[in-house]
Ligand binder design. Structure first.
Ligand SMILES: [Zn+2]
Ligand SMILES: [Zn+2]
Length: 123
């Protein structure tokens, strides 16, 4: 394939924005891909920054999701522990709430641990 501006000059790659063939003189190497020098460099780096941002957001959500059961268990334990420590002898509302939190944490944890095993089940 030839450069879209210089017929007869072999293209070294495609612009990530407009997908035209670029020769070394027309290509701007941005490190993660090529762009038309002077015309699409900004578009391509913006698109890459957005993509990186999305990747990071997805990673954050994944790690937060795996922390959810721990969060419920810890909150539940703190609520129960606090009232027991304060000398509660009966089922106070915060102990009850703490038990609910801990229960939700266990249920969420069990659901999450079971979920990845479903596709592996063979009949
Ligand atoms: Zn371009
Ligand atoms: Zn060229």
């Amino acid at each position: 394939m030839d450069c879209f501006q210089h017929a007869g000059t072999a293209a070294i790659g495609l612009c990530k924005h407009c997908a035209k063939g670029l020769c070394p003189a027309c290509a701007a190497d941005l490190g993660f891909g090529l762009a038309c020098r002077g015309s699409h460099e900004a578009e391509v780096s913006d698109a890459h920054a957005l993509w990186l941002h999305c990747q990071r957001m997805q990673g954050t959500q994944r790690s937060l999701r795996s922390l959810t059961p721990m969060y419920f268990l810890v909150i539940g334990a703190i609520m129960i522990g606090y009232d027991l420590h304060a000398g509660a002898r009966t089922l106070t509302s915060s102990i009850a709430l703490g038990l609910v939190f801990a229960f939700v944490g266990v249920v969420v944890a069990l659901k999450m641990w079971r979920a990845p095993q479903i596709p592996a089940t063979r009949h």
